[in-house]
Design a protein around this ligand. Structure first.
Ligand code: ADP
Ligand code: MG
Length: 322
């Protein structure tokens, strides 16, 4: 029975790659890392009831389980190649696996990523994906390396996924044209777009990079800690979607943009003399990019509020995240 599921997964994730010497079906996959490349590897696990609610569309789970991992490769400036899938299911649910693989392979196919193996077991619904990507030797983008004076930038918009979660939790669907805005925010939560092309473009340009999975303040805080610097960002500069601003007041939108997780945008640091080049490169890729602040001497992240003063714990938009 489990072998039927594995065969189903194998058939629906076919991706021809010369570097896969042996894929699904043997005791281990055999893979050829291209000469002159380093391997970047990452793994993330999604647990039902913890990372997604019971009843989530299996295709959305399949997409997101891969997307969050590809986002980690993007943040390193790596190009994805291979994945492993650990699937724990309460029962041998063929319909679930069909939906899951549909979402997974849609994203995998877009990046020519091959699923080369995995493990299928019985238990509470849990999905683990491990990804492997290539990066030229010594060129991986890390969280360390930000320097005083660097500009701090982000791709895309912030706070949408947190707002999408809020939309789902309200479970209130008014039949009006605001539904389009709600759908947009929910899709930003359920179908994040890993910024892979942007990550590769930043490889030679950025001093440090991270993907925004836990929220801007937390993740920029990780760059600061790893780099031994501080950061100052300007609330007024944070890029926020028209859907977010159309459905939430300014303080709530700011709160989501500063602290909400799950956006899977890139936050990165570049020296000022490369700023215009980086903005042009990412724009050419169709990837929005916004300068939100700068790296300073010190520790931690400070946010300048709309009144020009530093935001303090307890101010609107700041609570829960200080
Ligand atoms: P073994 O007992 O030798 O570990 P398995 O029966 O677990 O082998 O798996 C058989 C083959 O199917 C292996 O190549 C394994 O990588 C692959 N496989 C198992 N589960 C999955 C999965 N969920 N996704 C992709 N490949 C899988
Ligand atoms: Mg074996």
């Amino acid at each position: 029975m489990e072998f039927d599921l594995i065969e189903l997964i194998r058939q629906r994730t076919v991706q021809a790659r010369d570097d896969v010497r042996l894929g699904i079906g043997d005791d281990a996959a055999v893979l050829a890392v291209p000469a002159g490349q380093e391997l970047a590897v990452a793994i993330d696990t999604l647990v039902e009831g913890v990372h997604f609610p019971r009843g989530t569309d299996p295709a959305d789970i399949g997409w997101k389980a891969l997307a969050v991992n590809l986002s980690d490769l993007a943040a390193m400036g790596a190009s994805p190649a291979w994945a492993l899938l650990g699937l724990t299911l309460p029962q041998a649910d063929r319909a679930f696996v069909e939906g899951f693989v549909d979402g997974f392979s849609r994203l995998a196919g877009a990046h020519r990523l091959a699923l080369v193996g995995g493990d299928t077991t019985r238990g509470p619904l849990t999905v683990s994906v491990a990804v492997h990507g290539f990066v030229p030797p010594g060129k991986a983008l890390t969280r360390a390396g930000a320097r005083v004076g660097d500009a701090v930038l982000v791709t895309g918009t912030l706070g949408d996924a947190a707002a999408g979660l809020n939309v789902l939790q309200q479970l209130r669907r008014d039949e009006d044209d605001r539904d389009k805005l709600r759908d947009y925010l929910v899709e930003r939560l359920t179908r994040p777009t890993p910024r892979l092309a942007a990550g590769v473009a930043l490889r030679e340009q950025a001093h440090a990079c991270i993907d925004v999975s836990d929220g801007l303040l937390a993740d920029l805080g990780h760059i600061c800690a790893a780099s031994g610097v501080g950061a100052e960002i300007d609330a007024a500069l944070l890029p926020r979607s028209s859907a977010l601003l159309g459905l939430y007041d300014d303080a709530t939108a700011l709160h989501f943009a500063l602290g909400g997780g799950d956006d899977y945008e890139l936050c990165f640091c570049v020296p000022p003399d490369r700023l215009s080049q980086v903005q042009a490169d990412l724009s050419r890729l169709g990837c929005g990019v916004t300068r939100i602040g700068r790296i300073v001497a010190g520790t931690g992240v400070r946010v300048r509020g709309h009144d020009g003063g530093w935001m303090e714990p307890g101010m609107p938009g700041w609570e829960h995240f200080a």
